[in-house]
Design a protein around this ligand. Structure first.
Ligand SMILES: Nc1nc2c(ncn2[C@@H]2O[C@H](COP(=O)(O)OP(=O)(O)O)[C@@H](O)[C@H]2O)c(=O)[nH]1
Ligand SMILES: [Mg+2]
Length: 203
């Protein structure tokens, strides 16, 4: 199993010409504002830098790129990958023009980013499937991009209900054979499963 040993904020960008030029395998994180994206990235990287970055005003409507150094102790391997933090969607106060800008930015990224290995779409396990998440997943299916869904905040529902709720969400979101992983960043649940999903797509 890989572990993340270092992570660095690289840059923020909107246009493909401004993306980092490095060709490392890349994974992107998408989801509604407040779903727990920064918290998950922090737990994955054991770091609290990334959340601060994404809270910086002005960086909230851009793609934020991070360089990640990983190690696999069993295999004595190490390497780099990149994480991209998408701006959170679903703020009610964001107008249609702003939403359209978001959609164009994301679609360009999905179309242009050649080293993109997969997208992790975060949803809150407490809420029924959201139209905005369905739209995101539809964009991924249209472009044939590998993805999984992370059901966050699993500690907020009774343990006995996690499995059934996850299954229900997967069905509502039409996931087919794509995995849904229930996580808690607070209680460190499901984090290894997320890393395993990433690891299996690294090369
Ligand atoms: N109980 C619980 N709270 C969480 C979890 N993940 C995030 N949160 C809380 O949800 C809020 C939003 O989290 P954040 O990571 O900033 O969401 P983002 O907007 O998607 O980046 C914060 O108050 C977090 O502490 C979790 O796994 N369990
Ligand atoms: Mg955030």
């Amino acid at each position: 199993m890989i572990r993340i040993v270092e992570s660095f904020y690289v840059k923020s960008a909107v246009e493909p010409g401004d993306y980092p030029a490095s060709a490392y395998a890349e994974f992107a994180f998408a989801g509604r504002s407040n779903v727990g994206k920064s918290s998950l990235i922090n737990v994955l990287t054991n770091k609290h830098l990334l959340a601060k970055i994404s809270r910086t005003p002005g960086k909230t409507r851009t793609l934020n790129f991070f360089l990640i150094r990983w190690k696999n102790d069993d295999m004595q391997e190490q390497g780099f990958m990149q994480f991209t933090d998408f701006p959170g969607y679903g703020f009610a106060e964001i107008g249609l023009a702003e939403q359209e800008k978001w959609r164009i930015m994301i679609d360009k990224y999905l179309k242009m980013r050649q080293q993109l290995k997969g997208i992790l779409v975060l949803v809150d396990i407490r809420h029924p499937a959201d139209p905005k998440d369905k739209t995101m997943l539809e964009m991924l299916r249209l472009r044939n991009i590998d993805h999984c869904v992370i059901a966050t905040k699993a500690d907020k529902i009774p343990k006995t209900k996690v499995k059934a709720t996850a299954l229900q969400l997967a069905k509502q979101l039409n996931l087919g054979d794509k995995p849904l992983i229930a996580t808690s960043s607070e209680k460190n649940v499901g984090i290894e499963d997320v890393l395993a999903w990433i690891e299996s797509r690294l090369t």
